[in-house]
Design a protein around this ligand. Sequence first.
Ligand SMILES: [Zn+2]
Length: 467
Amino acid sequence: MRRLKIFDTTLRDGAKSLGLNLNINEKLEISRQLVRLGVDVIEAGYPASSAADQEAVRTIAGDAKGAVVCGFSGAEKQEIDCCAAALRGAGQPRIHTGLAVSPLYMKRKLRLTPEQVIEKAVFAVKCAKKHVRDVQFYLEDAFCGQHSFIAEIIASVIEAGATVINIPDTFGYATPWEYSELISYVFDNVKNIDRAVVSTHCHNDLGMATANTLAGIKAGAGQIEGTINGIGERAGNTSLEEAIMAIYTRQAAYGVELGVRSGEIAATCRLASRITGVPVPAHKAIVGANAFTGTRDIYRDDMEYVKPPYEVIDPDAVGASPGQDMQALREEMADDSSEIRVKNISITTTGVSRATATVTLDVEGDTLTEAACGSGPVDAVFRAVDRMVGEQVFMEDYALKSIGHNGSALGDATVKVRYGDSGLVVGRGVSPDIIEASARAYVNALAKIKILNGKAQGPASQPANII
Ligand SMILES: [Zn+2]
């Protein structure tokens, strides 16, 4: 069996393309969990896109042991040099460079002839090779490219030293059989393809990302790319936990082996959801709250436990043990080291949908108290907090869920707050009291924005239409 590599791009194509401004601690938390999961490659960011991405790639490069740390780049020398500088501390650095290859993109976006595109691609790979041994080349919009041109450019970049060839379905348009044919075509028509690993990169616009990825593996791909929980631009990327468990459960059907520890999947998905504020739907394959309901406690008459025939995955195989959520939330509740903390809240409701909140905060060591009215207790609390913290923000989303049962249940609040021109920040708060959980979540988001504003970052989003 051949060994299939798992390439995680949660921090680059996932959270980043959603416009989320994760802070360095959040990115480190995700990358450390990805190392525990055992992914082969962590794409930590796009250094030339912002100072924050440079810092993230530099920090993760120095921290993630046992995984390849990859930085994304365009094909310009300046971007490649910037990427290489950020990767300097990595034990196993990889530069991921490339450019568009479809006729439309070459003409309209690059304004280059196919010959010029090949020239530029070879130049980019040679630039990257001066810094690192391991160079991955992406063919943006490959699925809409001409097969013969794709074969020609791949042969040229392998000749220039590319070690991995990424063939994306940038817009999630492919069917599994078409994607499989494209990968097969590359194997059959690129004479030096045995000197590189072929990688899949699929998007989920038609719900085909996982299916297309698996079709790519059957056609010979040696690496698959995706994100945890399938997060990403538009309908998202290939959901890595789905692809991993499809292979784990039906290994003989795919003929590949993996180096991941599947028992870390549930913890990884939960962490990514908590940090990005993107909820996991209850019916989501592998890690949704309902994925394993009804499959336990099946007994025969003689009280012998019988594994039901429709339970294709053992919950223990992905680490989905009951009660884990509660423990993680209690730890999170106890660990409030934020520079702004909620000290006290009192609420008076006056008639239908009117409330007054008096909130006391600890702001960098100073105790402040403010009162405000609102159209309900949560709104009143947020307004009182606004008066003390003084950031101009727009509430994009607010969600509250209950974890656990009866008297021991915890309120788990998530707010998504927009600030500046394009930045999005997620705040979370946990408390047995739902008003306090909401206040903590809001304060958590504002504290992050205060730090980000202090650093005067560039735009949060990467340029549009990158693989
Ligand atoms: Zn992508």
